[in-house]
Ligand binder design. Structure first.
Ligand SMILES: C[S@@+](CC[C@H](N)C(=O)[O-])C[C@H]1O[C@@H](n2cnc3c(N)ncnc32)[C@H](O)[C@@H]1O
Length: 254
């Protein structure tokens, strides 16, 4: 509201911005926003992060250059071009935060995060807003297999391959993304290469009470237990139980 140039943001975003960005306030950070439009948000970020922040705006529209006179760094280019990003990061170096408020198509969002995440410092964030476009038919042609939200779900699977013996993807960001936060309309990726270690078990070598694993325990009153007793079976029926439970779970997936 204090900005002298126009900006349109969604009402729910301000709380989320503060939750994600408060630790960077008054720090010497490099913040990049894709999408300048009338320039209003650049002034909001200056006010929020303080004078030590380097604030960079990116837009396709060359008129955006006018905001350079206010101390912002403005780059004109296409966020869906890998070539643009290579030149951009060659010029500005590694950054702390990238916020995507650009064109919001699947292609723009996915190219942007793939080109930007390797160039975000440890402790930084890649934040994509207006991801509700993943669910909108008109103009966005979603839902689609290649929506940004579906790509984010792939990244959930990708970071879980840090657990041993889970099939890896050919294309992976798992060595950069430590965690992902999902909000309504916003997805945020925390970048920290040091925390992206392959997982392993550690045992404390202390006294064991030799407990029985109750995971596959069958209720003594159940039909399966009675059947098992009657047929003198040794099986734990884990697979039939899995199938029955999967059927029961269907209601939660509707
Ligand atoms: C939603 S507006 C940005 C609003 C601004 N952040 C604010 O809060 O006031 C989206 C901007 O993204 C720009 N844009 C659209 N497609 C783009 C692309 N492929 N690359 C870079 N910028 C793009 C548009 O020119 C427009 O200025």
């Amino acid at each position: 509201m204090k900005s002298k140039y126009s900006s349109i943001k969604c009402a729910n975003y301000f709380h989320i911005y503060d939750e994600l960005f408060k630790k960077y306030k008054n720090k010497k950070i490099t913040f990049v926003e894709i999408g300048i439009f009338s320039g209003g948000s650049l002034f909001m970020w200056r006010n929020y992060f303080g004078k030590n922040a380097r604030i960079i705006g990116i837009d396709l529209n060359p008129v955006s250059k006018r905001f350079e006179k206010y101390g912002f760094e403005i780059f004109i280019g296409d966020q869906s071009s890998e070539h643009f990003w290579k030149n951009f990061y060659k010029t500005v170096g590694k950054v702390d935060i990238v916020l995507d408020d650009g064109g919001h198509t699947n292609f723009q969002q996915i190219v942007t995060i793939n080109q930007s995440i390797p160039m975000i410092k440890n402790g930084g964030k890649m934040v994509v807003e207006d991801v509700h476009t993943s669910f909108i038919k008109q103009n966005w042609y979603n839902p689609s297999k290649f929506s940004f939200i579906n790509y984010s779900k792939k990244i959930i699977e990708d970071i879980n391959t840090r657990f041993p013996n889970i099939k890896n993807f050919n294309f992976s960001l798992k060595n950069y993304i430590y965690k992902i936060e999902f909000f309504e309309s916003i997805v945020s990726f925390d970048i920290n290469r040091k925390l992206c270690k392959k997982n392993k078990f550690v045992e404390n070598q202390k006294k064991s009470i030799k407990p029985i694993e109750y995971r596959n325990n069958i209720d003594k009153k159940s039909f399966l237990f009675k059947l098992k007793k009657y047929l003198k079976l040794r099986t734990n029926f884990t697979y039939p139980i899995f199938l029955i439970n999967s059927f029961k779970l269907k209601k939660y997936f509707k």
